[in-house]
Design a protein around this ligand. Structure first.
Ligand SMILES: *Cc1c(COP(=O)(O)O)cnc(C)c1O
Length: 430
């Protein structure tokens, strides 16, 4: 593959954009080489500035569950464009999407739209603190909740990949309000609550982690968190920015049958446009201004274009639940194909998968938390990533990120990706 145009663009970008990218993971730092610049996408594919084609297993890091330029989504967006792009005043469409979210997501009685997942988690924590009158938050090592000051503590993927444990510019006083515990350990949470339960406003987690690679919750883990937080009057927040409408229509809370007090949403909820949301029990959400004392606002919140992208996407997902069965089947086939190739070649590989989220850990396994995930052979992953890219398969550019399948990928596309993986794995051990 020729990447000369992308290389030129990257050199130019670095002059005016820090690191040449508008979000760190995109810089390919952990896999080496220069990022490819994308020119356009269609269905399951993306095309770069040099005209190379890729099967897309990233989907803009999750949002594009229907693939690029789904005709119904594009239609909706065109209609929205005709009406006007922003009013800063309420619109009927906002009620439609709020009602749809409340219908789909088990814990949501009321919901507020924001512009990103980061805004959603930042606001949900503020509301949880306002509701409980407490200050501390419990999070889990390797879970990422956006770049919220107080949550950039042991925060997985981006930070892990860049090799920094905590961000610069975060006052100690903010980081101090967060207690980071190992994921998937009920014991650690029990012990923490035995000591400080009465001070803890919220427990926030990725119910299925995507941001240290895909790591599912152990049996009973989510229910145990539900029981402990209920007992101590702590708000349980599922950060479903990634898992919402992804691991099931109603997210991880539907898939695992555990209902939190609050949820944060993003990614799929905007269908590729910038949207986030937080919601939950009425009693808690009634604390949000102008109804209650917890302030939270946004000039572009409920933006008509973003709402149209989200509404179109959510409606398709709700009307065609078979999409989830089909994604499950394709992702299972992908996992099985790559696993068979790895076994034949003798490459120690652990494949974690939940629905259409999947990670190939270069680690003998099992991978259940940050401690195990971190032990993966990232040099091998980088080689694998490069090999796949050169064969036209676009994977997340970090060992510590999940890949996402879209409904646009066909069974043939999966076969192509498995063949590419077989060759790329052979290079990894060559
Ligand atoms: C992506 C992500 C976020 C942050 O969302 P942004 O829109 O990037 O701010 C928060 N939480 C989780 C679980 C995510 O995957």
């Amino acid at each position: 593959m020729d990447h000369s145009r992308s290389r030129t663009l990257f050199a130019q970008a670095q002059k005016t954009i820090p690191g040449g990218v508008n979000s760190p993971a995109r810089a390919f730092k952990s896999v080496g080489g220069d990022p490819v610049f994308i020119a356009r996408g269609n269905g399951a594919s993306m095309f770069d500035a040099d005209g190379n084609a890729y099967l897309d297993f990233v989907g803009s890091w999750g949002p594009l569950i229907l693939g690029h330029r789904h005709p119904a989504v594009i239609d909706y967006l065109r209609q929205a464009l005709e009406i006007g792009v922003s009013f800063g005043a309420p619109t009927a469409r906002e009620i439609e999407i709020a009602e749809l979210i409340a219908e789909i997501v088990p814990c949501v009685e009321m919901v507020r739209l924001v512009n990103s997942g980061t805004e959603a988690t930042m606001s949900a924590l503020r509301v949880a603190r306002g509701f409980t009158g407490r200050e501390l938050t419990v999070k889990f090592i390797g879970n990422y909740h956006g770049h919220v000051d107080s949550l950039l503590v042991k925060a997985g993927s981006g930070l892990a990949t860049l090799g920094i444990s905590d961000s610069g510019g975060v006052p100690a006083g903010f980081a101090n309000t967060t207690i980071a515990l190992p994921y998937n350990s009920v014991e650690a949470v029990e012990q923490c609550f035995a000591e400080r339960g009465g001070e803890i406003a919220a427990v926030i987690l990725e119910p299925v982690v995507g941001n240290m690679g895909c790591i599912p919750p152990k049996d009973g883990y989510l229910q145990a968190l539900r029981d402990i937080t209920a007992k101590h009057g702590t708000v349980l927040i599922f950060d479903e920015v990634m898992t919402g409408f992804r691991v099931a229509l109603g997210g991880a809370q539907e898939r695992y049958g555990v209902t939190p007090d609050m949820v944060t949403l993003g990614k799929i909820i905007g269908g590729g446009l910038p949207v986030g949301a937080y919601g939950g029990r009425r009693e808690i959400m009634e604390k949000v201004a102008p109804l209650g004392p917890v302030y939270q606002a946004g000039t572009l919140s409920g933006n008509p274009l973003a709402v149209a992208g989200g509404l179109a996407t959510l409606r398709i997902l709700k009307d065609l639940p078979a999409i989830y069965d089909s994604l499950e089947r394709k992702t299972t086939n992908f996992a099985n194909g790559v696993e068979a190739a790895a076994r034949e070649l003798g490459v120690p590989l652990t494949i974690n998968r939940v629905g259409s989220m999947i990670t190939f850990f270069f680690h003998p396994g099992p991978v259940v938390d940050w401690e195990t995930s971190e032990k993966s052979d990232t040099a091998r992953f980088a080689k694998f990533f490069r090999g796949m890219l050169e064969r036209g398969v676009y994977l997340p550019c970090s060992q510590f990120e999940a890949a996402f399948l879209s409904d646009a990928l066909t069974d043939d596309d999966i076969d192509v990706a498995i063949s590419a993986a077989r060759e790329a794995l052979a290079e990894v051990i060559a």
